[in-house]
Every structure is written in structure tokens, then in C-alpha cells.
Write a protein that binds this ligand. Structure first.
Ligand code: PCA
Length: 321
């Protein structure tokens, strides 16, 4: 009898240890050289340290566990507990996600932050409907134009094949008179060298990480928008945790978001310098190019608002306040 009781006690002790230390999986889309990925590792480390190892998060970077387009669904279904995604890729799910990729709405980091605060309540409502909760966002450096040739006006881009990474950038490519082609980051070098694309709009970081100097020559700093990655958690997974652990996650998320907004300016400067050091011709856009692009931005902004007047209207109203 006594033996049996001891046996049970040991067994339940062992079981409770197992159920206390949890491991969560966190797929991310981009590789380890990117700031959002570095921040994801910090976020995971902070949570592990502050929970004394009760919750440890395994970061699976570079879409190694789940392909980028499938990450939101994996979090929603609970296949993984949390994950990271580039907000703009969800533009076809709901126009609210497009706030992330509309040219010339917010071109400074300060304005991009303001736009984010304006969009956040609408984003949270959408995610909540899908059983997810927003944890934090990380901004990318401002998006600029990379080409295999100099560009002084849109005419120089006619017949160009431009990379697109979201519904909004496909629309942008159309309006610029180019042919949009969707290419994931790891495939950019190959797509340029085989002539599938000859231009793209992305950050100095993505150009520098992909050694853009190997396959293109010009960078025109149009700084057209400042997009973000977001990290979302499955609501049920989060609610199952005790209050203290939930608090640790929210605190680590706030720290992650802060380091992103604080770090992005210096990241942009360093990566632009890397482009210059490797021989890319970095220049400011001509007045003509900027005015042509701004006209396209205005068209895109009004199309965007017309798609969802109440939600997008709410974002723009909060932003312009
Ligand atoms: N790099 C990512 C997203 C935005 C950025 O700067 C990309 O090009 O796909």
C-alpha cells in the first residue's frame, strides 16, 4: 500500500514537471541576418529567462519550419503557438493589412510609427476574429528602388520586370508600367541573374543581405513606405497560460517592439553604407520620378480607402489627427 502511494506521488510529481515546462514553436519568415529575426531570438531568450525555463520558445527562422505564406494559418489552427509574418502579404485577406504597403502615406519612421498606432486597433480586431492575438511588430528600413540600370523617370522602367512581395506591390508594379513577379527573398539573386526580374522595391537590409551588388547596379532612395513584420500568438494557447507567464510574454513583446523602432534607423544607415561600399550607385530620386511615384501613391491610397471605407477611414482619421 505504502509503496503504491509513493509510486503515485512520484508519478504525479513527474507529470507536473512535464506539464510545467512548455516548449513553443515560433516559425519566422526571414533569415538570421535580419533584424526581425534577431529580435525574435531576444524575445524568446527573455521569456525563457524570466520564466525560469517554464516556457521556452524555439525560433525556426528562414521559413525552415513553415513556409512564409502558411505561417498565419499555422498559428490560427494551433499547429504552432506563435509565429511571425510580413503584414503586407495579408493584403488580400483584408484591406486593413494593406496599411503596411501603401506608398507615400508614411515615409519617415516617426510617421510610420504613428500610422502603426492608428492601424493597430483595426489589426487587433481582425486577428481576434481569427483566434489570434498581436504580440509585437518590427519595422523594416524604408523601401527603395533597386535596378540594373539608372532611373531618372518612370519611362526608364517601361518593360521592366519588377519583383512584388504583396498584393499592394503587385498593384504598384502595374501602375509603374512594369510587370510584377512574386519572388521570395532567398530567390532574389537567382531571379535577377536569370532575368526573371530586373527591378525591385525593398529595404537596404534585404539588398545588403542578398549581396545585391552581384546582380544589379543602382539604388534610388525613394523611401516610399516602411513596412513591418508582426508576431502573433494563438489566443487559446496564450489563455491557457497562468497570469504571470502571460505577463512575461507581454513584457518581452513590448521590449521587442521598442528595440525594433529604436534600432531601425541605424540598421538602415549601416545597410545603405554596405551597398555603397560594395559599389552600388546610391542616389536620390529625381524630382520627376518622385512626382510620378507620388501620383501613383495617391491612386493607391484612394483605391485602398474605397475597398473598406469604414476600417481604412478609421485608420486614416486616427493617423491624420
Ligand atoms: N524585406 C522583405 C520585406 C520588406 C523588406 O525590406 C522583403 O523584401 O521581402
Amino acid at each position: 500500500m505504502i509503496k503504491k502511494i509513493i509510486g503515485l506521488a512520484l508519478l504525479s510529481g513527474a507529470l507536473s514537471t512535464v506539464s510545467w515546462a512548455e516548449t513553443w514553436n515560433m516559425p519566422t519568415p526571414y533569415g538570421d541576418a535580419n533584424m526581425p529575426t534577431k529580435i525574435a531570438y531576444q524575445f524568446a531568450e527573455e521569456i525563457k529567462a524570466k520564466t525560469g525555463g517554464d516556457l521556452s520558445i524555439t525560433v525556426h527562422s528562414g521559413a525552415s519550419l513553415i513556409k512564409h505564406p502558411e505561417i498565419p494559418r499555422a498559428v490560427q489552427s494551433g499547429q504552432v503557438q506563435l509565429g511571425e509574418v510580413f503584414i503586407g502579404t495579408l493584403g488580400n485577406n483584408h484591406p486593413v493589412f494593406k496599411h503596411d504597403n501603401i506608398p507615400f502615406v508614411a515615409t519617415s519612421y516617426e510617421d510610420a510609427h504613428k500610422l502603426w498606432l492608428a492601424a493597430k486597433p483595426e489589426m487587433e480586431k481582425l486577428l481576434d476574429k481569427d483566434g489570434m492575438m498581436l504580440l509585437y511588430v518590427v519595422p523594416w528600413p524604408a523601401q527603395s528602388l533597386y535596378t540594373k540600370f539608372p532611373v531618372s523617370s518612370l519611362a526608364d522602367l517601361s518593360n521592366s520586370k519588377m519583383r512584388a512581395y504583396s498584393p499592394s506591390t503587385s498593384r504598384l508594379a502595374d501602375l509603374m508600367g512594369t510587370t510584377p513577379t512574386t519572388v521570395q527573398v532567398p530567390d532574389i539573386p537567382q531571379a535577377f541573374s536569370t532575368g526573371i526580374i530586373d527591378s525591385m522595391v525593398t529595404s537596404p537590409s534585404t539588398g545588403a543581405n542578398g549581396q545585391a551588388w552581384d546582380y544589379l547596379s543602382h539604388y534610388t532612395s525613394i523611401d516610399a513606405w516602411i513596412p513591418k513584420n508582426m508576431v502573433v500568438v494563438n489566443k487559446r494557447a496564450f489563455q491557457r497560460l497562468d497570469k504571470a507567464t502571460q505577463g512575461v510574454i507581454l513584457e518581452a513583446a513590448a521590449n521587442a517592439e521598442k528595440s525594433g523602432w529604436e534600432g531601425v534607423v541605424e540598421q538602415a544607415r549601416m545597410d545603405t553604407q554596405t551597398l555603397i561600399d560594395n559599389g552600388i550607385i546610391v542616389s536620390k530620386p529625381s524630382a520627376q520620378l518622385i512626382s510620378e511615384l507620388q501620383k501613383i501613391g495617391a491612386i493607391m491610397a484612394s483605391e485602398w480607402e474605397a475597398e473598406a471605407p469604414s476600417e481604412v477611414g478609421a485608420i486614416l482619421k486616427a493617423y491624420n489627427k
